[in-house]
Write a protein that binds this ligand. Structure first.
Ligand code: HEC
Ligand code: HEC
Length: 415
């Protein structure tokens, strides 16, 4: 098995191709895209497109065999079957993909004939593959639909929905962080954990997750970041641990999701191998291609004050000194520099998030689409963009006026 963290599979392997074909056959909307690929015939652009289509399937649906963790170890299938009705599921921030719901189910939810307070309804939704980021295997045991296995996918934390059907139910928005999701509270439902461990998971709150707690035992969660807007950024995570998205995808798939494969990082003296079959490596290339194809969402028309944003741009590039670090088209100097801990406005903190990372430094955050994902800084300590600018103003003694502070916030809202 390949243990190198940075190497990604250069091409889609046959095993995966057959999976992709099955995936496309089941998803009507993708067939049209596949037809375009065939019609154009060969060429790098088409390979790129088919990589992205394959990666979308991985992002949304692949568990990398992590049922070994979520089912065999944590027994989450039993928890869901006994305690997680759809109302509870929505309360812990799980989202439902309205496009996966057949018309009869839509009608049933609308007229109340489908009971959203019964765990059996959650199992029915899992059978329809309608719960974003949760993948269930439902088999009929003694005539009853039974959740025999459950696993998670990347979409759990890095997708939300547009709420077009109801709060928490709508069309998927891939790459948008699910800041309603309370991963700690979900994991803490597991009967396999002791009280002290459950208390740690329960302390995180919505929109946060500590991707190092099970490695170093320290407890300081980070906000779930977007997985969009990463094209041309070659330092990944808040601390710039990887040069490619795939580096971190391998880390999460193996060490956090519990997928079958390996991750090694000499800087952290870490080497983890799960299982005997590698279900991760061959998918990293397409998974990365899909993420890089997701642009940061543009600010909705009317969501910011255009004149104030124009004034704010001048302050951002001038008196605010923001563009000394937030430079270039993605508003980050990440590709050339990482920053000492003191350059993070969320520091000092205990334990320092950077101290637990491979680089021990921070990356200047890219700012495109920043309007979309409050709260801000790696720890979510700034609730609004005004609070961000105010924090810089105080800590860096910039001497900005209240007007300049709101103008910069309006500019940030426009990016
Ligand atoms: C349980 C929630 C969770 C799951 C599941 C998850 N992530 Fe993340 N992801 C996070 C958190 C939290 C971070 C922030 C880590 C940091 O910056 O130190 C993160 C960081 C990232 C980043 C870095 C973004 C940036 O700005 O550099 C990418 C890309 C990403 N995740 C993609 C994925 C992919 C792909 C998967 C599936 C293999 C996945 N994640 C699964 C929570 C999750
Ligand atoms: C010395 C370099 C530097 C300067 C100057 C700087 N930043 Fe930052 N910025 C960073 C770093 C590093 C982070 C990540 C901090 C963290 O998450 O702990 C960051 C994070 C942010 C974030 C949070 C983004 C997110 O995704 O949560 C915003 C918004 C931001 N900066 C805006 C500004 C503004 C506005 C200014 C000017 C007033 C500014 N920055 C000046 C380096 C800098």
């Amino acid at each position: 098995m390949n243990a190198s963290p940075s190497r990604i599979s250069p091409r889609v392997r046959p095993r995966w191709t057959s999976h992709l074909v099955r995936g496309i056959a089941g998803v009507g909307a993708l067939s049209a895209v596949a037809a375009v690929v065939v019609a154009c015939g060969g060429g790098g652009g088409n390979n790129q497109l088919s990589e992205e289509i394959a990666g979308k399937q991985v992002f949304r649906s692949d568990t990398f065999g992590d049922e070994a963790f979520w089912t065999d170890k944590l027994k989450m299938n039993t928890v869901i079957a006994t305690a997680v009705d759809p109302t509870t599921a929505l309360k812990v921030g799980l989202k439902v993909d309205s496009e996966a719901l057949p018309a009869a189910v839509v009608t049933g939810i609308q007229n109340g004939s489908i009971d959203l307070t019964k765990p059996a309804t959650t199992i029915a939704l899992l059978k329809l593959d309608a719960v974003v980021g949760l993948k269930g295997t439902v088999t009929t045991v003694n005539g009853v639909d039974t959740l025999t296995q459950v696993g998670i996918t990347c979409a759990l934390c890095h997708s939300t929905v547009d709420n077009s059907f109801a709060p928490g139910i709508g069309k998927r928005l891939d790459g948008w962080p699910n800041r309603d999701l309370n991963p700690g509270a979900i994991i803490a439902l597991s009967p396999a954990l002791d009280a002290a461990t459950k208390a740690v998971y329960n302390s995180w709150g919505p929109g946060k997750y500590d991707a190092r707690f099970n490695i170093d035992g320290k407890n300081k969660p980070a906000v779930i970041p977007p997985a969009y807007g990463l094209q041309d950024i070659h330092k990944i995570t808040a601390t710039g641990d990887g040069d490619q998205v795939a580096y971190w995808n391998r880390y999460v798939a193996v060490t956090q999701m519990g997928g079958q494969g390996s991750f090694a990082e000499p800087r952290l003296n870490l080497s983890i191998i799960n299982g005997t079959t590698d279900l991760v490596s061959s998918k990293l290339s397409s998974l990365q291609a899909y993420q890089l194809s997701l642009p940061a969402p543009t600010a909705p028309a009317g969501s910011f004050d255009v004149a104030a944003a124009a004034r704010g741009k001048v302050v951002f590039e001038g008196a605010g000194k923001c563009s000394t670090c937030h430079a270039g088209p993605n508003f980050t100097d990440a590709n050339t520099t990482l920053h000492p801990v003191a350059d993070s406005m969320a520091e000092p903190e205990t334990p320092s998030y950077a101290s637990r990372s491979a680089t021990k430094q921070y990356r200047t955050s890219p700012l495109k689409g920043v309007w979309q994902h409050a709260p801000y800084f790696h720890d979510g300590s700034a609730p609004t963009l005004e609070a961000v600018v105010q924090t810089y103003n105080t800590k860096r003694t910039l001497g900005l006026t209240p007007q300049q502070i709101t103008d910069v916030a309006q500019y940030l809202r426009s990016l």
